[in-house]
Design a protein around this ligand. Sequence first.
Ligand SMILES: *Cc1c(COP(=O)(O)O)cnc(C)c1O
Length: 460
Amino acid sequence: MARSGAHRPPAVERLLAAARPLLAGEQEHAAIVAAAQAVIAAERARLADGTDPRELAALATELADDLAAFADPLGSGLVGVINATGVILHTNLGRAAWPAVAIQAAAAAAAGYSLLELDRASGRRGARFRAAEEHLIALTGAEDALIANNNAAAVALAVGLAGRGGGVVVSRGELVEIGGGVRIPEIIRRAGARLIEVGTTNRTRVADFEEALAGGRGRVVLRVHPSNFVISGFTESPDPVAVATLAHRHGSLVIDDLGSGALLPTERYGLVHEPMPNERLAAGADLVTFSGDKLLGGPQAGLVVGRAGLIARLRRDPLARAVRPDKTTLAALGATLGLYRAGLAEAQVPVWQMIAADPGALRARAELVLAGLPAAIQARTSVEPMDSTVGGGSLPGETLPSYGVAVRAGSAARRLAELRHGKPCVVARIADGAVLFDLRTVRAAEDGALGEAIAHPSAG
Ligand SMILES: *Cc1c(COP(=O)(O)O)cnc(C)c1O
């Protein structure tokens, strides 16, 4: 919607000239030019969204602030966001916040040396820090556990057990795209194995696996939890115990990719039951894989639990080294899993705090945000019920009853863009022409800043 050159951002040279007096002496010329180009590109985007042009002086100050941020100890360049979308595991916003103990554990691991791979008794090289894996063994009843960088890596590693060219049997109803264009058939191919499809999109039976497993064709049965879509209607999926029994009779392995997985029962919170790793092990899976940063609510990681002999084989695979998590991840994951063992997950893991949040309390917070708005905006804002989702490729179609504020003033798309460019940056959503701010995913400590941003969307 660029308005035919009526408003254009300044040229790089002009912006640089205006900013020169504000800059510290030693900054690299290339960095200054790149930052100026970024400021101009952002201004161009704002103008395209219909925002009024900003003064050259304001742009120059923004440029100087951006450059100063390079030397700021908290200035990683990653922009913090108030998530008012109501999507708890928002993949584009970095999924969930970590529990406080996980942040402290990661900071401590990052700050210095640790006995990461040194055996205290012998003083020799030992197994890599095992606390997180030991928690997983205790929480799932598995014989052993292994941690990879993310669940996609965990699946690739596990599927490798089929061997070069070995058959991996998957129901046609489970050949899913995980997200970001990553597809299960490609992961299998990339692992050097061969996909054997069975059944149909909507119906797969135990008998469909029989032929694929006969004569050792299928070395692995991979079951993929359809975590980001629902098939309904004329559907049928095979009994997991029967499939596992059949696979084992043919000497094949069963790997269950749960995607999110859950270590707390989701039905306790009014959601449909999300499969739990211990249930799948009990139903005959040899290995179960799931994510560290979906419903588990910790750092990005891929968790594999299951039979000790198979985990030992995965550990020896050179790919395991390539997808190995770093010490801060291991520390944060260990701390997060420790909360589950202590029975403190609902109280201290942000994902579960958000899932468990009481709609009445969210409504009360929304009333306070509304009451703090200037009269002119208040008149066009209301507290309304809305539906939050868990997101992050889990519990598709499931919603949690929530409350927030709805603003009906001017162009909703333009307000959304202004909020994204504000300080703090706020991400919200639009429904029926209104901008909705769902308080379930906003931390109570952010309510004041959210109100400010609603009142003055492009401040900062
Ligand atoms: C999300 C998901 C993955 C990938 O997990 P990451 O930890 O994001 O790599 C794999 N399989 C399924 C079924 C998923 O839902």
